[in-house]
Design a protein around this ligand. Structure first.
Ligand code: ADP
Ligand code: MG
Length: 234
């Protein structure tokens, strides 16, 4: 397998072509952004930690029968993945209120929700990734009804599996964001799952072990990611 040209550089990762048209390499950077890139910075070795964490989580989900883009870890910062056509919709699951949901609905951070909330955001940096619903997705032709159904089912399954997975590591999965793609006619889980894309609170202490440490300048960002990495890879 040979690394070829850069295909796309995003805020946290770079995607490279390979000599296999079905596979690409995802390279994890140390760059961090928040609030639609209004806040920018870097976290030393974040890319290394997220590559490890995301790899381990995708391996786990794959072992539980979930279709994902993960092929294998190639190096400290690189992962080989199936090349998908990304559905331009971010899927968010919320088990407790935090972040934008707390702001949107005036619910204090940490409020336990009576049932799981599933949100969609249109993946459009220029619009600030606005909140949308199923009918917007259909009206804009972002995904078919069948695809939306598959995405919802997979997302709820990920929540079930990962909530338990993290609880065993003494971490509570507060919320997370997923991206899906089309691969050979099927919807599979893509992108990354890491402290950049999940809120993880330590059980008992409520200590935040995720990107909120960067968003709100809580300090010890690297240590928080290290802690998650150690638990996930133990
Ligand atoms: P962004 O700033 O757009 O969020 P990232 O820094 O997260 O970008 O880089 C990853 C990019 O690659 C994202 O646009 C993501 O949607 C896309 N991507 C993730 N997984 C795959 C995949 N399996 N195939 C192709 N593109 C992918
Ligand atoms: Mg991204």
């Amino acid at each position: 397998m040979e690394k070829r040209e850069k295909l796309y550089e995003g805020k946290a990762k770079i995607v490279y072509a390979t000599d296999n048209p079905d596979l690409v390499i995802q390279y994890f950077k140390d760059d961090a952004t928040a609030f639609n890139a209004a806040k920018k910075g870097t976290v030393d070795e974040k890319g290394i930690m997220n590559n490890k964490i995301s790899g381990r989580i995708f391996e786990f989900l794959q072992s539980q029968g979930l279709p994902t883009h993960f092929e294998k870890t190639l190096s400290e910062r690189e992962m080989l993945i199936k090349k998908v056509q990304i559905v331009p919709v971010e899927v968010i699951i919320r088990n407790r209120a935090a972040g934008s949901l707390s702001r949107l609905l005036g619910i204090p951070e940490g409020t336990q929700l009576k049932s799981t909330v599933l949100e969609f955001c249109y993946k459009r940096d220029d619009l600030g990734d606005p909140l949308i619903n199923d009918s917007h997705i259909k009206a804009l032709g972002l995904a078919t009804e069948e695809e939306v159904k598959a995405i919802k089912e997979l997302t709820l399954k990920v929540n079930e599996l990962l909530s338990k997975f993290f609880l065993k590591l003494n971490l509570e999965l507060i919320d997370f964001k997923l991206e899906f793609g089309r691969y050979k006619g099927k919807i599979i889980l893509a992108d990354e799952i890491s402290p950049d894309t999940c809120r993880l609170w330590e059980v008992g202490t409520g200590k935040k072990l995720d990107k909120d440490r960067f968003r709100h300048d809580l300090g010890n960002i690297k240590e928080a990611y290290q802690e998650v990495m150690q638990r996930v890879t133990a």
